[in-house]
Design a protein around this ligand. Structure first.
Ligand code: SAM
Ligand code: SF4
Length: 382
């Protein structure tokens, strides 16, 4: 491979704490057992970021995503220091999207005003459901009232608001799922991430599986969800993401377009391209180990060079999630490979009617989107 242009670069920051662990969640999140030393944690994140600088000299950051866990458990002052610290070390492009993930159970109006003051310009609220029975079943720390209050306040504070919802919850009826969406739409969020609940290994739900709606019911529900969101002018631009015009998540789009990202914080992953190779980084997962070992970069980070043979597959695993597809030139630009190197697989995918190629632009068909894993796995051997 030989990249002539390096991809856009973003920054992911992981905050690994939550008030309570949800039974479906396999994110690197740990229940808060004693007071967090926020100042020490922000110092560690800035040290971690400094370690990355030699790999990204001269490249500006286009977006920042502070995810978790529940970053909103930390104080606005901590984010103020973090964002100022990053700005002093690297150029952030003007108007860079800076997202913070938040749980409605941590909502206080002054605190969220403080997040905005600190430079957060996009809030992502984890709503999941607005049904009290289901919120209990999925172990959330907030009820419907608290969620509605948080959405209405967040709507007034932030120009760019995402809400996460989940469907296919234990014993959830078709109407209950639609009712959640209808109630949320009244607040006119800019973006909705609507995820089907998946049962992940290493979770409470994996050990004690709840009864989930049948797949036939899920398919019918998804049709209604798409129609309702379309009526409300949402563009379904990625498997689980819906946006008003101009409000797609810039940070996530960069992942899906096989861009680069630096990952800092416990368990954070990164991908950084060089003219002749791509490296992946992963940070030590446990917050205590991370904080104890932060003074030695080699102790908190594992890195490996991506096997050049797996790069087409890795590109497709991301880019085929985009409903509008991508220009074939993006594949060449981001992987440094010629489109000819995957031509036979593209022809096979076309034959199977999983994709259409028109004017050098690849679009997954409805069939391809339905069998996305089969489509992606065609590229495993390229
Ligand atoms: C890090 S959490 C968001 C912020 C915050 N921690 C919260 O939950 O309120 C990321 C999102 O992933 C989704 N998610 C987590 N586990 C999931 C699962 N097993 N199936 C589907 N979606 C899941 C949820 O919608 C959640 O809001
Ligand atoms: S879903 Fe959010 S609040 Fe629940 S455990 Fe996972 S990261 Fe924490």
């Amino acid at each position: 491979m030989a990249l002539t242009v390096l991809p856009p670069l973003s920054l992911y920051i992981h905050v690994p704490w939550c008030i309570k662990k949800c039974p479906y969640c396999d994110f690197n999140s740990h229940e808060i057992k004693s007071e967090i030393n926020e100042s020490l944690f922000i110092d560690a994140l800035l040290t971690d970021f400094q370690y990355q600088l030699p790999r990204i000299w001269g490249r500006p950051i286009r977006s920042i995503f502070i995810g978790g866990g529940t970053p909103s458990v930390l104080a606005p002052e901590s984010f103020d220091r973090l964002i100022s610290g990053i700005r002093s070390l690297i150029t952030l492009i003007p108007g860079a999207e800076i997202t913070l993930e938040a749980n409605p159970g941590t909502f206080e109006t002054d605190k969220f005003l403080g997040f905005k003051e600190a430079g957060i310009n996009r809030l992502s609220l984890g709503i999941q459901s607005l049904n009290n029975r289901l919120l209990k079943v999925i172990g959330r720390i907030h009820d419907r009232e608290q969620a509605l209050f948080a959405i209405s306040q967040a709507r007034a504070i932030f120009d760019n608001l995402n809400c996460d919802l989940m469907y296919g919850l234990p014993n959830q009826t078709h109407q209950e799922a639609l009712d959640d969406l209808i109630a949320l739409l009244r607040f006119q969020p800019d973006h909705i991430s609507f995820y089907q609940l998946t049962i992940e290994p290493n979770t409470y739900f994996y050990k004690f599986p709840p009864v989930l709606p049948e797949q036939d019911h899920i398919a019918a529900l998804e049709n209604d969800i798409y129609s309702l969101l379309k009526e409300h002018h949402f563009n379904h631009y990625e498997v689980s993401a819906y946006a008003q015009q101009g409000k797609c998540s810039q940070h996530n789009l960069n992942y899906w377009m096989f861009g680069d990202y630096v990952g800092i914080g416990p368990g954070a992953h990164g991908k950084i391209s060089f003219p002749d190779k791509v490296i992946r980084t992963a940070k030590i997962k446990h917050p205590t180990n991370y904080l104890n070992l932060i003074d030695q970069q080699e102790d908190i980070e594992e890195t490996h060079v991506v096997d050049p043979e797996s790069i087409p597959f890795e590109f497709m695993m991301n880019a085929l999630r985009l409903n509008e597809g991508f220009a074939l030139s993006l594949f060449e630009e981001r992987t440094g490979l010629s489109i000819d190197s995957i031509q036979s697989t593209l022809s096979l995918a076309e034959e199977k009617q999983f994709i259409r190629i028109k004017e050098n632009h690849l679009i997954p068909t409805e069939l391809g989107r339905h069998f996305l894993n089969d489509l992606i796995s065609l590229f495993l051997n390229d």
